[in-house]
Design a protein around this ligand. Sequence first.
Ligand SMILES: [Zn+2]
Length: 202
Amino acid sequence: MRLTDMISEVQSTLGIAHDGKAGPETWNAIYNRIVSPKTASLSASAALLPVDARSEKCIATLHSAVQPYARALIERARSVGITIKIISGLRTYDEQNALFAQGRTLPGAIVTNAKGGQSNHNFGIAFDIGIFEGGQYRGESPKYKVVGALGVELGLEWGGNWKTIRDEPHFQLRPEWALAMAEKQMLAALRTRHDAGADFFA
Ligand SMILES: [Zn+2]
């Protein structure tokens, strides 16, 4: 189901004006709909059950449209016995430029090919996960593929499906207006919205 359709449907179910612009109440209901049917029967306030502190910190930096997806992914992974945390969310242009400099003009290994404005992280529509086993972070694990499949099921795009640089910890929510766009085209449109102070999902 398309996101705007889901917003309208959820809003009419809730009996609030379905203007297609989701507020917190609508996003909570959407969260409940995205996660397993068992969880979906919980009240909307249960959708606000906190996850671990580190994930919460990252989720808070994400666009409000993306936040319920991040929570749902943690929930879905937990339901199959996999512990994940959201370990990266929004990066400002400056933070992205600093990351780009690493391994080039600054010491360290090259970790990204994206400068400020060239990563979906710069718009709060992307996040990275980490797999944890016994409290330990695992940078490499076959579980990333499992979580990737769960994310795709939720309607997220998964970096593990990328042709050029595969990025298994990476997930992003593509705005509906960008569904038919190539990645570069979408990023250019996101930069325009960013510079205009416009909403990325409107
Ligand atoms: Zn990422």
